[in-house]
Write a new protein. Sequence first.
Length: 362
Amino acid sequence: MTPFDPAKTIRLAKTAAYGVWLLFAPLLIIAGLTGAIQAFYYEIDEALNPGFYNVPVTTPALPAPELIARLEAVHPELKVWYIQSPSHPGRTAMMTTEPRGDNTLTNDTFYVDPATGREVGARLWGECCLERQNFTNWTYEVHHSLTSGEIGRWLMGLAALVGGAACLVYIVRGARRRDRRSLTGAAIALPLFVIAVTSIDMNLADEVFKPVVSVVSKVSPDVYTVRGRMTGGFGERRLSYADALRIGTAEGQRRGYGDTVGELYYSYGYNFYGMAYGYRDPAGLGNHWLYFDGATGQVIGGRFPGEGTAGDRFMQFQLPIHSGRLGGMWTKTLICLLSLLIAGIAAASLVQAGWRLRKRLS
């Protein structure tokens, strides 16, 4: 029997780890480059497609239910499930749709003049590739799932796990050795580790992130999980968008969230309405959300920034950190730069591996 050689085992483990890193390095390059773009999604998209966002200021905006009704009247083949209200005069309202029946939609995202309901732009979410109307949405899908559905989502999640593990190695090494080189590596790895952790939540929340966080502190189930556990069905939809908005506005005022509903949607699969109090993607932890049963109008859940268990509050930080909107423009800039750094490190490691291989073969 060959005697156990700890040094050899360690070398083999390091070689295997290096091989795994190189295997996922191309995905980290893609994630870094597309992540840098997504940090400034709205700024880039508006620069490419100003007509999607800006309209002349004429009369006050129509209520969201009226805008939905007008779009569905023009496009009977679709049904609106989400509307984003304009944050100020001169901005469009945005609606996303799904097919009615077996219809196939050529466009599923619409931009309308909020004063008239007139359609000023439309596109199909995630459509390939580099045309100006598709670029930002397509790069979002690449960033999240390589445009490959569940398989791509898992691959990007695994890439985040590999990147996080690599950062952790450098952080631990810096804490142990405390020499200049190791501490520099740890200082660089620390913010990248934070990005990797948030990436795991974005891609593998239910499979990995929430179960791990729940070991330390309970994470409250979201509305989809709660509805999915219901055995008696979700009832029939009895509330119109106008009914839901009226109920939701009153409830928001009662709770002190204000009377501005900036986002409104209806889940056809789970029969409930969701609405955000305030306009989309503010700095900080985001808006308060409430969810209302589509049959009874009763509150069935919500999202309450800064509230809940320690696990809930920790989860609430993940998207604002990952997107860069936590502190506004400066954090978005930081996330953009860190994303480019991730891509650069991964690319450099591939170049270095190629150089080493070429040297061995020569």
